[in-house]
Design a protein around this ligand. Structure first.
Ligand SMILES: Nc1ncnc2c1ncn2[C@@H]1O[C@H](COP(=O)(O)OP(=O)(O)O)[C@@H](O)[C@H]1O
Ligand SMILES: [Mg+2]
Length: 238
């Protein structure tokens, strides 16, 4: 079965495009899983722009081309279109064993978004430790809780710290996590079915390696711990 996954957030600059790119390339090139990306973040389509600039570089830089040839397989496809236009295209993946990553716009207020969220097998919300970003993610969680998926429950939603700063006070992250859990627990008391929200164990470090090695062609081990945790999640959800 295809897995429809989205790394999302309602705030820009949190790392959606970077993490989607790293995850797609690692699964495709290292784990050898078929991958397709739908870049629905109109009008930037920044994920597709990364691919376009890499293709340009292949034409100009022989060393880069030789390195790419060694990968031994053509790159995974990246389709750029609106959320509404992408929805019917997902049907073709329903019976494929493929990982489909969808880079969504930074707002839920877009045509087709409720149907898109309902189709996801998992939403990974990226979090930063500043109060505004954290609060906006909590709003997203509540908005997502309103859309039930094909099983009638909330789309499995994972909260993932990005740009994790290990020099911060130890309790900064765990304190925010506990506050979020308490808040969600209090809301769950008045819900028939509890929200399906979990913090991921891995925290993606704030490192230039994430910036510098972001590629739709070449995988980078900086993302490996996240891939391992995602594999565990996919295995337990299927
Ligand atoms: N873990 C990280 N460490 C360092 N820089 C990061 C990290 N994740 C993202 N960035 C940087 O943050 C900026 C915004 O990331 P981007 O993926 O474009 O966010 P979004 O798609 O959510 O707007 C980019 O400059 C990117 O290189
Ligand atoms: Mg982006």
């Amino acid at each position: 079965m295809a897995k429809f996954i989205s790394f999302c957030s309602q705030k820009g600059g949190v790392g959606k495009t970077s993490i989607t790119t790293h995850v797609a390339t690692y699964f495709y090139q290292v784990e050898r899983i078929p991958v397709a990306i739908f870049d629905c973040d109109f009008p930037q389509h920044s994920l597709q722009s990364i691919r376009t600039s890499e293709i340009e570089r292949l034409k100009m830089d022989e060393g880069f081309l030789r390195k790419a040839e060694k990968l031994g397989q053509t790159p995974y496809p990246i389709y750029a279109d609106s959320v509404a236009n992408t929805l019917p295209k997902l049907d073709a993946y329903a019976n494929k064993n493929e990982l489909v990553l969808i880079d969504l716009p930074g707002t839920l207020n877009v045509e087709g978004m409720p149907s898109m969220i309902q189709r996801l097998d998992a939403a990974v919300l990226l979090l930063e430790a500043d109060p505004l970003s954290f609060e906006s993610t909590m709003h997203t969680v509540l908005a997502m809780a309103k859309f039930s998926n094909k099983n009638g429950g909330m789309v499995p939603t994972y909260l993932l710290w990005n740009k994790f700063d290990s020099r911060e006070r130890k309790d900064r992250y765990s304190g925010l996590e506990q506050a979020a859990i308490n808040y969600l627990d209090s809301l769950n008391e008045s819900r028939k079915t509890p929200m399906n929200v979990h913090f991921m164990e891995h925290r993606i470090p704030d490192t230039v390696a994430i910036k510098d090695t972001r590629s739709t062609l070449f995988p980078n081990a900086v993302i490996k711990p996240l891939i391992q945790e995602l594999n565990n999640i996919f295995a337990s959800n299927s």
